[in-house]
Write a protein that binds this ligand. Sequence first.
Ligand code: SAM
Length: 262
Amino acid sequence: MAGSDELHYPERMITFLEGLWGDGFLSPGGADEVMRVIAGVDLTGLTVLDIGCGIGGATGVLVGAGHAGKVIGIDVEAPVCEIASSRLDAQGLGDRVEIRRVEPGPLPFDDASFNVVFSKDSIVHIADKESLAIDVFRVLRPGGWFLASDWLTSHDGEMSAEMQAYVAAEDLDFGMASPARYRRALRAAGFVDIELVDRNPWYRVVAREELERLTGSERATFEAAIGADELALQIRTWEAMIPVLESGEHCPHHLRARRPRA
Ligand SMILES: C[S@@+](CC[C@H](N)C(=O)[O-])C[C@H]1O[C@@H](n2cnc3c(N)ncnc32)[C@H](O)[C@@H]1O
């Protein structure tokens, strides 16, 4: 766990990302995108693990519109966990949600604890995709689903200069991998029914609109919220991200895979 001065999601970052992506969210797409990730899997009454729950927006959707019975949200940073707990309590969802701060590393749960493991744009922070896949498989009950959205890169070779500039601008401890590496890791862990859906065609359009908001229509609002220097930094990050979305090297994906029944 990073010390409080090493947080990747300090208060100003949370303010910025919620302003851009909506209340409770540190990732794009809001409730609609969460519902797309879980589409076709009925969560009613099920026990769900949310890896990297952030400030709890997606967690709330899983128990609200998603009708999950119980969600345990885990995250490595204390401030986001505190915000998530307060938010979900205030929404009256506290009895169906538990937020826990955890150390990075193996999932601190017994084998076969969950019907579904969910994650929204958080496992980009976990570089060892192979160990993660084995651990997710372990905590899932037989027949359970891993349903996730994440930020991927199109290949595992040397990043282009543009991609290196973008990852450096994010400064978020990213450990990105390709769809091929995710697929291999999931298959090696024992998963079946593996599906990956490229969300680059959606996010490359949305990201341009976001840059327009930051530089034009909502510039004054963001400047008042986070200050001119921080806003300039974020605009530079978006300016670095758009070329690698256009080239396809940065390719957010939805991932799903099932632990076989026996
Ligand atoms: C981009 S945010 C997404 C948060 C939330 N899922 C959402 O969609 O709003 C990524 C989150 O992953 C968390 N994180 C980073 N490394 C982690 C790890 N090893 N285990 C669990 N969470 C982690 C970060 O602290 C952060 O809250």
